[in-house]
Design a protein around this ligand. Structure first.
Ligand SMILES: [Zn+2]
Ligand SMILES: [Zn+2]
Length: 123
């Protein structure tokens, strides 16, 4: 779990939170907390985030964080959550699933990382 104390929800693209709430409602589960949203470059480095992470507002054309991490360990929730993203949200271009969370972001071209990728990682 990681919070950057230098940035707030105002630095996060609200659409990501709306998507998150919609997906949780669709799954019939309480709206899960977010473990990471906007990160300043320094905190991003500390947490081991990639240099061009979509969590860092400065890396995106919108100057907002375009990624959130949702803590999640239940495999069935992960599956159903990811399925909703694939099915209903064309503007989500990257999904990363780890043993601890599900990350999704808008995968804006400007940050130089590939779009439309699914990453599975043990952290
Ligand atoms: Zn910070
Ligand atoms: Zn993330």
């Amino acid at each position: 779990m990681y919070y950057c104390r230098h940035l707030t929800y105002a630095d996060l693209d609200r659409e990501l939170l709306i998507i998150h709430e919609q997906v949780c409602k669709k799954l019939g589960i309480p709206v899960l907390g977010i473990s990471s949203g906007a990160r300043c470059p320094q905190c991003n480095k500390t947490v081991g985030g990639t240099e061009h992470s979509a969590h860092v507002p400065q890396n995106n054309a919108s100057k907002l964080a375009e990624a959130i991490d949702v803590p999640m360990s239940d495999s069935n929730i992960k599956f159903r959550y990811a399925r909703e993203l694939f099915k209903n949200y064309d503007n989500i271009h990257r999904i990363e699933i780890t043993n601890k969370h599900l990350h999704f972001d808008k995968g804006v071209k400007e940050d130089g990382f590939p779009q439309d990728v699914l990453v599975i990682k043990w952290i």
